[in-house]
Design a protein around this ligand. Structure first.
Ligand code: C2E
Ligand code: MG
Ligand code: MG
Length: 554
């Protein structure tokens, strides 16, 4: 600012000359004014700058928004594409699912049908025998219940025809199970052909068949059927190249005459069948009340055998075998009895076959073997010279799985030398399963045990087997010996002579059983029979009595 004087514009008065302080103040004021005007000049530039910045920001934001829009557009496009894709794959999936559903329902249908079929097959199997296809015991029970209900309403009878194939075991044992099975099938076919459609032919199991006859008027209806079955079955069966002749034992019982329920009628038909077997087989029997008594007796004997085993009431009696020339004792046979509670003895003919049927023969036979060996060892230790103790063995025992092991352990337990033991097996027992029998016989021989063939002449053994079996002794059945007295029995005499000669040539000892008279003894001596056994020498005796007998003969 210039230092010239000027008028005060506000007052219009002539300024006065300022003092130095006032001048400095004025200068400072002017400098401030200059500064603030400079600042003011600067401000618009800042504002412009910030406006420019803001514009730039806005532009950036716009750009961002544009980018975002673009992104959204892209995403929309993508979404549209994937939606389109999704539609296509969903449709494919749906299609596939549909197809699967169809297949699944077809499968489900097939499975239902298969399940139905399996169910049908299972219920058929449950009611039928797998081998022959005939109804089985279960189905028979059902049908019998229906038949009884029908018979009650219409006052009719129902007949149960029980059939057991005679000697089937022989066929199975000698020709094998495959042939046995084929034979059973052939029988089933013929049996079915014998009965009416309304009747039921069924296989009970094993070689047992049953026919249920409905609406029976008289006993004759069942008899006619039984005769027809016997006739039809008697024609040879051609099975696996074999021509097999078989026979049946048949038992018949009726509802309501012989029983008011299935169980009783069946039990009585079974009793009648047993009777047919005892009558010589290949025949039929109609149930009678007496048979019921026999069946009951059988049942009570079975109970008695169980009790005798538990209460240790079996006893052995001993019968000496003697040298027919010298009369000296050559051996002893052990024979079983049951001591009844009233001290009476029950003999083996009343219980051995029952024990065989119900399986008790195995523990009984084991007891016999042990007791006979124990007693013999005691006699030997007491100084008696007993060459052999003979023990009877049932074929069921002999062919049982543990028989050989049982013999070894009894010998071990009693300490008896195997050379002192002779096992007696019946002729028919030996012929049951020849291959197995042969193997056991050889094993026993190797051990040192002797083998006798009992009741020789009553069975029908093959001579070639006789020669091949490792036997030691032939025991001629007592029926031949007892007929020796009768002059009209020349044939029996000839048989005895032939057996003695055969025994000699096979180097077997020959023992004649059941010698009761001097005449029988003389005949046997004349034929050079070396040994015998019978009441003529001694009845079977208790162990103490035999001891006394041996003491007396020393
Ligand atoms: P078996 O082995 O042929 O025995 C001979 C049978 O004839 C015995 O009958 C004996 O007492 C009898 N007997 C002996 N001498 C004479 C005689 O002169 N005249 C007559 N009439 N009979 C005589 P038992 O003791 O009644 O035995 C019968 C059958 O029972 C035996 O015949 C045998 O097959 C069987 N048995 C006996 N004990 C046993 C055993 O412990 N186990 C097995 N499985 N069977 C046995
Ligand atoms: Mg005997
Ligand atoms: Mg005998």
């Amino acid at each position: 600012m210039s230092k010239k004087r000027c008028k005060d514009q506000n007052t219009g008065t002539e300024p006065t000359v300022p003092s130095r302080a006032e001048a400095a103040q004025a200068r400072k004021h002017a400098a401030d004014l200059r500064q603030s005007s400079a600042d003011l000049r600067k401000k618009p530039t800042g504002l412009r700058q910030s406006a420019a910045d803001q514009r730039e920001d806005i532009a950036d934001q716009r750009e961002d928004i544009a980018d975002q829009r673009e992104d959204i557009a892209d995403q929309r496009e993508e979404a549209a594409t994937s939606k389109a894709k999704l539609n296509t794959s969903t449709q494919a999936l749906l299609k596939e699912a549909n197809e699967r559903l169809i297949i699944a329902s077809v499968n489900a249908q097939t499975m239902t049908e298969t399940a139905e079929l399996a169910k049908e097959q299972m219920s058929h199997m449950a009611g039928h025998d797998y081998l022959t296809g005939l109804p089985n015991r279960l189905l028979l029970n059902d049908r019998m219940a229906q038949s009884i209900a029908f018979a009650q309403r219409h006052s009719k009878k129902v007949a149960l025809v029980f059939m057991d194939l005679d000697y089937f075991k022989h066929i199975n044992d000698s020709l094998g199970h495959a042939v046995g099975d084929a034979l059973l099938k052939s029988i089933a076919k013929r049996l079915q052909a014998c009965v009416r459609r309304s009747d039921t032919a069924c296989r009970q199991g094993g070689d047992e068949f049953v026919v249920l006859l409905n609406e029976v008027e008289t006993v004759c209806d069942a008899v006619v059927l039984a005769e027809k079955i016997i006739e039809t079955m008697s024609q040879p069966h051609l099975v696996s190249g074999h021509q097999l002749n078989v026979t049946f034992s048949i038992g018949i019982s009726f509802y309501p005459d012989d029983g008011k329920d299935l169980e009783t009628v069946a039990r009585n038909a079974d009793a009648a069948m047993y009777q047919a077997k005892e009558k010589g087989r290949n025949t039929y029997q109609i149930f009678t009340k007496e048979m019921d008594a026999r069946a009951l007796a059988r049942h009570s004997m079975e109970q008695e055998l169980h009790r005798a085993l538990e209460q240790n009431r079996f006893v052995l009696h001993y019968q000496p075998k003697v040298n027919l020339e010298t009369g000296s004792i050559t051996g002893i046979e052990a024979l079983i009895r049951i001591r009844h509670s009233d001290n009476q003895l029950v003999y083996p003919e009343h219980f051995i076959s029952i024990a065989e049927d119900c399986g008790l023969i195995l523990p009984i036979g084991r007891w016999v073997l042990h007791e006979a060996c124990r007693q013999t060892q005691a006699w030997l230790q007491a100084g008696f010279d007993i060459s052999q103790i003979a023990v009877n063995v049932s074929s069921n025992e002999f062919l049982s799985q543990d028989f050989f092991a049982g013999v070894i352990s009894v010998l071990h337990e009693t300490g008896l030398d195997p050379r002192h033991l002779e096992l007696e097996i019946t002729e028919s027992g030996l012929m049951k399963d020849t291959a197995k029998v042969m193997a056991i016989l050889h094993a026993l021989k190797k051990l040192g045990v002797r083998i006798a063939i009992d009741d020789f002449g009553t069975g029908y053994s093959s001579l070639s087997y006789l020669a091949r079996f490792p036997l030691d002794t032939l025991k001629i059945d007592q029926s031949f010996v007892q007929n020796l007295d009768d002059a009209s029995h020349d044939k029996e005499n000839a048989i005895i002579s032939a057996v003695i000669a055969m025994g000699e040539s096979l180097e077997h000892r020959v023992v004649a059983e059941g010698i009761e008279t001097k005449q029988q003894l003389t005949f046997l001596q004349s034929k050079n029979c070396t040994e015998g056994q019978g009441y003529y020498f001694s009845r079977p005796l208790a162990a103490e009595e035999i001891t006394a007998l041996m003491v007396a003969t020393i």
